[in-house]
Structure formats: structure tokens, C-alpha cells
Design a protein around this ligand. Sequence first.
Ligand code: GLN
Length: 303
Amino acid sequence: MDHPALLERIAAEVAPLVGTGTPAGYIPALAGVDPRSFGMAVATLDGTVHGVGDWRVPFSTQSITKVFTLALVLAHGGDSVWERVGREPSGNPFNSLVQLEYENGIPRNPFINAGALVVTDRLQTWTGDASSELLEFLRRESGNPDLAFDPDVAGSESDHGDRNAALAHFMASYGNISNPVPTLLDHYFWQCSITASCADLALAARFLARHGLLADGSRLLTRSEAKQVNAVMLTCGTYDAAGEFAYRVGLPGKSGVGGGIVAVVPGHGTLCVWSPGLDERGNSVAGVAALDRFTTLTGLSVF
Ligand code: GLN
């Protein structure tokens, strides 16, 4: 497949949407990003990566990191994490509190904020330094040693982190958080603040297309676990828009409020798209459209 020509075509087709939507305003450090940015990268299983537009420009990964922390926790502890977090779509916004009380402090899935806090809590217990473990993993798998935390974004999230603090304290009251809540929140905010480009993220996510195998050929996840992570991405990775995303794109995908989305074509490769303008559910408007065009034009989807 001629990826460069395909990506140019997609970029031209979605250009009218770039700049529409709204960059995340509730994290002030994200509000300053150029809304006209657009980048897209495709990585094949062997690590060849092609891109278009701003595909090498680092952006705030935000909730995309939730996929990687889940994979690391499964790799460390196997299935035990599923005693503390579910795997059903929430049908609610990613930062909603409402289901947690009805469901006794067990979040619906690992990709809403409450679920990700539980997963990061597990990683913190196992490693003693969850956010550094994640950063090292992303550096290794992307081959980019310059990936870094963004202290301004982490600080901004912390300064405006009342909702996440409420989620964490509420779950702690049910005994579903093991570490001190302030420590957990720090690691969660640092994790969300990691900056990486479309190229970096497409490369780092390849283990999900390679049925659990890392870049060096060693195994992070069993084939079955890789299938499970992809399945949860498909059903929960774009929050209360996961049904619409599956309908339009037909791939496992994980979005973040920085405007990035990572998508996986199991057995073929990975995609990452970035454009900061978000729809009302927190997913990149031009990003979803670009992935929709990719699967429509290539016929590559899980369906
Ligand atoms: N850091 C963001 C938050 O906690 C992540 C949300 C997202 O990307 N959907 O609200």
C-alpha cells in the first residue's frame, strides 16, 4: 500500500475540519496549543513509519497513556486488575462520578479517568514509580529517548485537578485505591503530561498490532491479553462516543484530550492522528474523520 500518497489524500480531505471543535480548556496549559495543527502517522509491524502534516510534532498524550499503563499492569499482574475495574462501556463522560457510587467504587472500565486511576494505583504498587515506568516504556518502544513529561501540563492538571481528586478519594473510601491519594494523583498527572508525536505513539503501540510482541521481539502480553486490550479499546477507548467511533472507524482506538488518537489494525499496524479541536465528548474532530477516511479507503478494519 502506498501510505504516503494515502496520507496526503486523507490530510487534504479532512483539511476543512482542522481548526473546528475546541481544544481542551479545563486544563489551562492545553488551551494554548495551535488549533490548526494536524498530523497523522502509520506504522507497519516492522517499524516503518510514514506520516503527513505535523506527524513529528510532540503533543500532550493525555488519556492515550491509559492504554499503555493498562498493558504494563496486565504484564505485571495478569488478570487480578479486573477485580478492581470493569470492562463495560460507561456511556458517561470520561470524568464522570455518577456511576461510581451505584457500583461500589468499581469503575466501569480502565479508560475513563476513574478506571485509569485504579490502573495507575496498581502500577504504582508494583513498580514504586508508575509514571517513570510508563515513560521508560514509551521511550523504548518508540525508539525516542527524548520523550518527556511536561511539567507545565502536569502542574496545570494538578492545580485544576479537583475532579480527579474527588474520583480518587471516593474510590479510596471503598478500599479500591492502595496508595496515598496525593501520590497516586501525582503519578496520574505526570503520566497524562507525557508529550509524544504521532510517529512516537504509532511506534510505541505496535505491540497491540503484533499480538503482544514488543519491538525487540520479546513478549509483553500474551496473545489473548493483547486481544483483550484491543477489545476494551474498541468498546471503551473513546468514552461515551465509543459506539459512534466503532461505527465510523471500525478499529480499536484510544483518544486523549490533547487531540491525539491511537488506533490499531491487529496483524497489520498502528495509526496515530493528532488535531487539537475536540468534539463535545473529548475526541478530536479531524482525528476521528481522518481515521474514518483511512479505514474507508483501505478497507482495513476489524470488521
Ligand atoms: N488528564 C486528563 C484528565 O484527567 C485526561 C482526560 C482525557 O484525555 N480524556 O482529565
